[in-house]
Design a protein around this ligand. Structure first.
Ligand code: SF4
Ligand SMILES: [Zn+2]
Ligand SMILES: [Zn+2]
Ligand SMILES: [Zn+2]
Length: 248
């Protein structure tokens, strides 16, 4: 069955990072996001007014889904994308229209009343789509810390490095965001990775996936592949890739 979406939610989904108006709202939005991420051939039906995401708006908050200014935002975005109410098309086609027709800076004008806008995720989402990437995979929460990447497990292993000892994530200085590895950053971030300079080696930038402690780069480089806090064995092979993360 097609997913029913209103105009502005086509852009909200690009900026979605797993948080929403309530737990139930976020759970529902995560499942829609997950379907579109995994299968861009999913059919989407464009609707006017409240849609499949609005359906889980919490009862105890001020309902704004029928507000006129929200309807106006929908219209402006649909007009830009050349879409009509009732039209059905794939999510992949919607993404390619966004890539061709939307400038990230326009979100500030279209969505000036939105409380989520200041996070900057939606502009970043549009930039990713324009760069040929898809939706951002939702972050894993490891000991309360968000870690982005590809198939990230509960201890920071990923689709690229998944041995028993692959249990650290690295915060990248370009986006202040944790990823399990440089390939995860490449696949998800939508911008080139930067490395930490030697003057920044006192910054906490390594997350131990076993105990959740954030180590400074100096602590990590001196730890001889053993977490100084929980004693877990870390992968000594990571040394071969230090130049991708740290200036030496
Ligand atoms: S700024 Fe708000 S309304 Fe606009 S796309 Fe982002 S979340 Fe949606
Ligand atoms: Zn980055
Ligand atoms: Zn990875
Ligand atoms: Zn540890």
């Amino acid at each position: 069955m097609a997913i029913h979406l209103r105009g502005h939610h086509l852009l909200c989904l690009l900026g979605y990072r797993g948080i929403g108006y309530s737990e139930q709202f976020a759970r529902n939005m995560s499942s829609v996001h997950d379907r579109l991420l995994k299968d861009p051939e999913t059919e989407v039906c464009i609707v006017q007014g409240p849609d499949d995401l609005c359906a889980c708006f919490p009862d105890d908050q001020v309902y704004h889904c029928d507000d006129e200014h929200v309807g106006t935002r929908d219209q402006r975005i649909l007009q830009r994308l050349g879409l009509e109410i009732g039209e059905e098309l794939t999510w992949g086609e919607i993404q390619s229209r966004i890539a061709r027709l939307v400038n990230p800076e326009e979100i500030a004008e279209w969505c000036f009343t939105c409380s989520w806008r200041s996070l900057g995720y939606c502009e970043e989402g549009v930039r990713r789509i324009r760069a040929g990437h898809g939706l951002v995979p939702l972050p894993a929460r490891i000991h309360g810390v968000e870690v982005y990447g590809v198939q990230v497990d509960s201890q920071t292993r990923c689709g690229h490095y998944a041995s028993d000892r692959d249990i650290i994530a690295i915060r990248f200085p370009c986006c202040d965001t944790y990823y399990p590895c440089y390939q995860c950053h490449q696949a998800v971030a939508g911008h080139p990775a930067a490395t930490w300079s030697t003057e920044q080696f006192d910054r906490k930038a390594i997350l131990c996936g076993a105990c959740g402690t954030e180590l400074t780069i100096n602590q990590y480089l001196a730890c001889d592949s053993v977490c100084p806090y929980c004693g877990s064995q870390l992968n000594p092979g990571c040394k071969n890739h230090y130049h991708l993360y740290f200036e030496r």
